[in-house]
Structure formats: C-alpha cells, structure tokens
Design a protein around this ligand. Structure first.
Ligand code: GLC
Length: 562
C-alpha cells in the first residue's frame, strides 16, 4: 500500500478518541455525511462469558480495536430479547437485552464507553415483524378472530368458495399467493386444525416472525415508543430493517409473480415500496430531530436507486444503503452504471449514496469477487474504492481483515433461510479470529475454557487473525486503517465535501473511474492488463504501484488530479 507525502503534509487528523462526538470533520457537513460506520454482529464479535456466543461484555472489551480503526461509529445488529430463530431478527421485546448477550446495564456501559472513545452507536430496529413469542402476538392468538388484538397483525381468513369445500373463510387455502423471503408460503394458520378459528397470519420471513399491520395506528404508536426508549438512552441512531416493506397493498391482493426465496419481497410489488410507508419515516425523522444531537436513521431499503432515494428525501431518513452496489460482481460496466444511477438519484433527492460492500446477509466480497488470492486482491481494491466514494460508508466486521466466506459444514448451519429455502448466510457470520492460536476460539472468547463457538471457525482461520495482521504493514487491516485516516484528512482539508457527486466511466482496458470532484478521483483496474491512470498524484493504492502512473489489474487508487 502507498500513502504518499501529500497526506503527511496535511494536518494530522486527531485520533478517534480526541474527536468530540458533536463536531463534524468539515464545517459544511453533518457528521453522518462523512461517516464510516462499522457493523458489529454481536453474536460473532467477541465472547465475554465463554458460552460460545458473542455478547455485550465482549464487544465492550473490544471497543478500543474499533476506535483504533478510525471509524466514526458502530451499528449493532439485534441483541434484544428473542427466541433467536432468525439470530435476533425475531424480537420478542424491543426495549430490553437478551440474557444471551447481557443486561441493559451492560448496554449502558457499552454506550458510555463507545462515546468516550469517540464512537457513535446505532442499533437495529425491526419494524416489519416481531417474534411469534412477542406478548402482543401471543395476545392476538389468544383473543381469536375479529379481535382488536388480531388487528395489530395481518390475520385473515382464507378466500371464500375455494375448492376445498370450506366455503367462506376456508381453512386450507391461504388468503393469497405471497411467498416468504425464506421459502414457502408467507402465511401460516393461527390455530392449525381449528374448525372455528380459520385465520391465517402473514409472515414475509419465517412463521416465527409475524408481520405487524402498519395500517393500524396503534402499531405506529408502539414503535414511536420504541424509538424514544433508545434515543432517551443516548443511542445515536437506528438502522431500520426491511424498511420498504412495512405497508402491504390494500386488500392484500395476489402478487402478479410467485416470487420465491431471496426474491420473495422484491418480485412482489404488493409488499414492497407502498407509498404510505413514507409517512412513517417523516414522523420518525421528526422524532429523531427532537433529540440533541439529532439521531440518525439509516434504512435497509432494498430497491433500485431511483426508488430507494425517495426514502432519503430531506424530511425522511438520513441514509439508505446503496443495495444496487452491495450486490455487484467484478464488472466495471455494472459499477459505472449503478454509480451513475446513484448519482442521478442524489441529484434529484439531495442525499449522497450510503456505500457498503458487505453485511451479515451476503457473501463476503473476497469470495464474491472470485475467491482465493484473486478474490482477496479484488476485495482490497474494492475497499479502497469504497472509502474514496462520495457519501457515507459502512464496513462489516471482518471486512477489514479480508475474511472470506466460510463453507459452514451442513450439520452446523443454523440460518433459517438455509432450512426453509436452501440459501445459507452463516458463512459471513463465523466468529472473528483475533489470535492466530486456535485457543479460546482464536481469541473470540476472552478467557476461561470456552464452549465451542456457535458457528465453527474453519481450519486456517488464524491466518486472518487481528494480532497477525496488526504486525504486517501490508495486511488488509493496515490498509483499511491507512485509507480511513487519509479519508478523514481529506474531509478535514475539504478535498472531500458533502456536495461531492460521482461521475463514473469505464476507460480502455476496463479501468473504472469515479470522478468525485474536480480535484479527486477513484480508479479501479478491473481488466487483465495494466492500465494508465489519469494524470495526477496517487495518494493511496491497494497495493504499491509497480510503475508510476500505471495500475496493475485488481488494484485501486485514489488520485489527486494534476
Ligand atoms: C433483514 C436482516 C436479515 C433478516 C431479515 C428479516 O434483511 O438483515 O438478517 O433475516 O431482515 O428480519
């Protein structure tokens, strides 16, 4: 990697611990516009009590590692009470901590320590569905058909006159053809076998995750309370799970397509991107603005750029992940097309894209981009590119180590999407390797003689270990730190600004170029031959240049234009 004298000649950026939470790096920007947030999957980050599952105590102990990366904050995936059918995305109490992870007091300590280290803390809120163990769903089951309790969810009788002979409210035919994202139909009987209770309930994910009925105002009031609970505690923002799906089309009509696994949501227009959902985010933005400093809202809005950008209009969420980008392969034309679409959306609606290459649901980039040394080289280059693009960025734990996807043994797989639909997300969720030595689950457990980790770490996991990478100046970890530090410096010196756009093109030899502004561009060599860079000073590259002004295949550079 090479960070040249230009960066050294600029003022040094203060270490994360010295950055007061309220001050943006650039006077003209809000903090989130320049931010890099590190996604923590608490189950797999650090295990404080040695039970094989990561927890709040483990994360608290490891916060200095995250601060030393030079990121601005963390997003924690759910740790609230849950039967853990979908690893916490089946929430049975939105305002607590599952004993598996610790206690509310431990969360308060974590929050205070993160703040003391200059890290903001975002939590996950799951408003589309809860757990079937949630007291309100249990009350609905008990209260029976037609009750106000059932109106908090989508309880519906089967269609009338269906050929099962059941007549109105058929017990054997579901209300419509919707498919679950996790496989199988999106409906289950409330009371299987009952002659009197012919209701079905809707679950876009597993049957243990019933969907809330957002057309009932009581649901909105309930979630306003959830937001306020965490904001009052001092949480800095929320990542909103499946944010585009809360409202279903009036009357729950059939989907024109049958959908299916993974695509169950996207291909079903009746459950996605309904206009009414925007009013929720307008209200939530007002609530976020009632606190000092204003709390951040970032949405999991899995839609194409033009539609997703409507969720980040000035009075809605602050950010929505650029999902069109998250899914890309190593294809310069596709990167340029998506980049330009995202920039067109930014110009129309104002908010810059929010970049991510990885999260807990998708195949690790080193594997997605080809696997082995080739995939690793591309993942390095992609990380450098990501951190130079205009807008905020999210890194997923382990991405800074270049972790590959793990082929988790069949008998160890726990993802409900695997059991129901044959797609497994466990390979991106294997516990972090902290030490080369396999003892203590490669340092995942902080002491004692721990239980085996909840997902097994594969042979050779220690080659990616944090302690090993810290000693290697060329490691992915040190590259990520260098890029993050230089990014902060460029923001501080207003080479990067909140009004930067992105003009993308592919030059001869498959050189992908994103011009961020008149001074700065990102280039990625996505072909098979070395390519000449546009004129300028190379501030950073994923691996050192072999020849001045030329980029080898699968390398990326930040160029200060000459
Ligand atoms: C989101 C989460 C995913 C979860 C799903 C259902 O997509 O990222 O992990 O399974 O929502 O809650």
């Amino acid at each position: 990697m090479s960070a040249v004298s230009f960066s050294e000649s600029l003022d040094r950026t203060p270490a994360a611990a010295e950055v007061p939470l309220s001050s943006p790096l650039s006077p003209a920007a809000e903090w989130w516009q320049s931010a890099v947030i590190y996604q923590v999957y608490p189950r797999s980050f650090a295990d404080g009590d040695g039970d094989g599952v990561g927890d709040l105590a483990g994360l608290t102990a490891r916060l200095p590692y995250i601060a030393a990366l030079g990121v601005d904050g963390i997003w924690m995936t759910p740790f609230q009470p849950s039967p853990q059918v979908d690893q916490g995305y089946d929430v049975s109490d939105y305002c607590g901590v599952d004993p598996l992870f610790g206690t509310l007091e431990q969360f308060e300590v974590l929050l205070a320590q993160a703040h003391a280290l200059g890290l903001r803390v975002l939590l996950d809120v799951v408003p589309n569905h809860c757990s079937s163990a949630h007291p309100l769903f249990q009350a609905a089951l008990a209260a029976g058909p037609g009750s106000p309790e059932r109106d908090m969810f989508h309880f519906v009788q089967g269609p009338s006159g269906m050929p099962d002979g059941g007549g109105p409210g058929s017990a054997d035919v579901p209300p419509n053809n919707w498919q679950s994202v996790f496989g199988g139909r999106a409906w289950s009987r409330a009371n299987p076998g009952s002659e009197t209770d012919k209701d079905w309930y809707l679950h876009l994910f597993s049957p243990e995750q019933p969907d809330w009925n957002w057309r009932n105002p009581a649901v909105g009031e309930y979630f306003d309370g959830v937001l306020r609970f965490w904001f009052v505690k001092g949480v800095d923002g929320l990542r909103i799970d499946v944010a585009h799906a809360l409202f279903k089309a009036d009357g729950l009509p059939d989907s024109p397509s049958e959908g299916g696994v993974v695509d169950g949501l996207r291909s079903n227009p009746q459950v996605s991107d309904q206009e009414d959902v925007h009013e929720v985010y307008r209200r939530w933005r007002r609530i976020a603005g009632e606190y000092q400093p204003q709390r951040l809202l970032v949405g999991e809005v899995n839609l194409e750029p033009a539609r997703a950008a409507r969720y980040t209009r000035a009075d809605e969420m602050h950010q929505a992940f650029a999902f069109a980008f998250v899914k890309l392969g190593w294809d310069p034309e596709a990167w340029a097309a998506v980049g330009n679409d995202l920039d067109a959306a930014r110009q129309e609606h104002g908010a810059a894209p929010t970049w991510a290459l990885e999260n807990h649901d998708i195949v690790r980039s080193a594997t997605r981009f080809g696997g082995g040394p080739l995939g690793s080289a591309r993942a390095r280059a992609a990380l450098v590119a990501l951190l130079g693009l205009p807008g905020a960025a999210y890194l997923y734990q382990g991405q800074e180590l270049g972790l590959p996807e793990v082929d988790v043994p069949l008998e160890a797989r726990v993802d409900p999407m695997w059991a129901r639909g044959g797609v497994c997300r466990d390979g991106a969720r294997v516990p972090m390797p902290w030490t080369e030595d396999p003892a203590l689950n490669h340092g995942f457990a902080l002491g004692g003689s721990p239980a085996e980790s909840w997902l097994p770490q594969p042979e050779g996991w220690g080659t990616h270990a944090v302690e090993r990478q810290e000693l290697d100046p060329e490691s992915p970890l040190n590259l990520a730190k260098t890029a993050l530090e230089l990014r902060r410096t460029l923001w501080k010196n207003e080479v990067f600004t909140a009004t930067d756009g992105g003009t993308w093109r592919v030059e001869a030899g498959n050189l992908l170029v994103c011009e961020r502004n008149a001074e700065f561009l990102v280039a990625v060599a996505m072909g098979t031959e070395p390519v000449q860079l546009p004129a300028g000073t190379v501030l950073l590259s994923a691996v050192p240049l072999e020849e001045d002004g030329w980029l080898q295949p699968n390398n990326a550079a930040w160029v200060l234009r000459g």
